[in-house]
Design a protein around this ligand. Structure first.
Ligand code: FAD
Length: 356
């Protein structure tokens, strides 16, 4: 079995599939796993995930974090309107150090029996043979865990997530109170800017709807950082799938997991926990497929059961938000109408209005 991409989705898939009886190869084009960091690094705790995704199970085991992976903790999110009104919501989670965390997940996969090859790019595939920069690899199953612009998906005849929002992030050594800040309005059109606190600084960044910006993402980002008046380093840019999960994530003997499958919450941009939840389902299903002939389609059925409904709610809310986001005045109005409770429901993937 071949897994393309050693982010949270690929390494978790490998961890739950590998064993002495199965040959699992995990490849990644990066030199160093988890670096550069292209992420806000926030991971909700297991209780928050159960409340958002009530059909998930055994998250304590999946999300168990070694101290070295955790760079900070927070109990609240402040949602801040264009005029500066603060709506504080309970939301417990950790700020990760993804440079350490991604390596830790890979270590768990290797301990389970998977093999890892870095500096290895997937190029193309045909008839169960994957062409990579380390040569051709024959695999009974190929898992595309190669992020939002998945080449594996396109090569297999599947799609990439339709909407991918650009997002820019950096690290600062300036310390903030241990509460996540999400700033809405024209400073990050159609998305939000964030400060995600760490014990020794913070992760600062923003994501936007590319249809609503008429400046380069870096210009908007620099303006926000200047407004905060902070030192910063390690500026990176990435893309966040924002159109909900793909309907089709399995074709023949290929399946897609994590960002490649659009497993991201559209109202908050969080994808790490879903990559791990879907990765575990993928790993377990591929194992059952290779050992007992269980259909790979079972993977799609299982992740849809667990993630499908909350992600559909979240996508609906994000689309509703698109009506209000274009101007600060409308954003201010929508936030006031929703209030703290409605806004908390939105970011937690629930229906914002009970009648929707
Ligand atoms: C700026 C930004 C901020 C974010 N903030 C948060 C946040 O705070 N919390 C949260 O939960 N989520 C956040 N996300 C989303 C989160 O980062 C992703 O959802 C998560 O990383 C998905 O994991 P993954 O394993 O699917 O993909 P990735 O982590 O992207 O891993 C994909 C891997 O595939 C490798 N790869 C790609 N192509 C190839 C190839 N052809 N051959 C070999 N290897 C390949 C890459 O090198 C990479 O290591 C953010 C995203 C961005 C861009």
């Amino acid at each position: 079995m071949l897994i393309v991409g050693a982010g949270p989705a690929g390494s978790t898939t490998a961890r739950y599939c590998a064993g002495k009886d199965l040959d699992v190869l995990l490849i990644d084009r990066r030199n160093e796993i988890g670096y550069p960091v292209q992420c806000g690094e926030f991971l909700p705790d297991a209780k928050e995930m159960y409340s958002m995704f009530p059909k998930t199970m055994d998250l304590e085991e999946l999300f168990r974090l070694e101290n070295k992976c955790v760079a900070g903790e927070s109990d609240y999110i402040d949602l801040i309107s264009p005029k500066g009104k603060v709506y504080r919501c309970d939301f417990v989670g950790s700020t990760l150090d993804r440079r350490v965390f991604d390596k830790h997940l890979v270590k768990l996969a290797v301990e389970a029996g998977a093999r890892l090859e870095t500096k290895t790019s997937f190029l193309s595939m045909s008839d169960g043979i994957a062409r990579t920069t380390m040569g051709d690899i024959e695999a009974k199953v190929i898992v595309g865990a190669d992020g939002p612009n998945s080449r594996t998906a396109r090569q297999a005849g599947l799609r990439n997530p339709e909407e991918r929002y650009p997002a820019v992030t950096c690290q600062t050594t300036v310390k903030f109170e241990p509460t996540i800040k999400m700033y809405f309005g024209g400073l990050a059109p159609g998305g939000y800017a964030w400060v995600i606190p760490k014990r020794n600084g913070a992760n600062v960044g923003m994501g936007f709807n590319p249809k609503l910006i008429n400046e380069r993402p870096r210009v908007l980002f620099d303006r926000f950082v200047a407004k905060l008046g902070i030192d910063h380093s390690d500026v990176t840019m990435g893309f966040v799938p924002q159109s909900g999960p793909l309907d089709r994530t399995v074709i023949g003997s290929t399946l897609l997991v994590g960002d490649a499958a659009g497993h991201v919450m559209p109202t908050n941009g969080g994808g790490i926990p879903l990559a791990m939840i879907a990765g575990r389902i993928a790993g377990q299903t591929v194992r059952e497929h290779l050992k007992n002939g269980v259909s790979l389609m079972e993977y799609e059925r299982r992740w849809k059961t667990v993630l499908g409904k909350p992600l559909a709610n979240s996508l609906r809310t994000r689309k509703l938000g698109d009506i209000f986001f274009p101007t600060d005045r409308r954003t201010e109005f929508a936030m006031a109408v929703l209030g703290k409770r409605g806004l908390a429901r939105a970011i937690k993937c629930r229906k914002v209005f009970y009648l929707m």
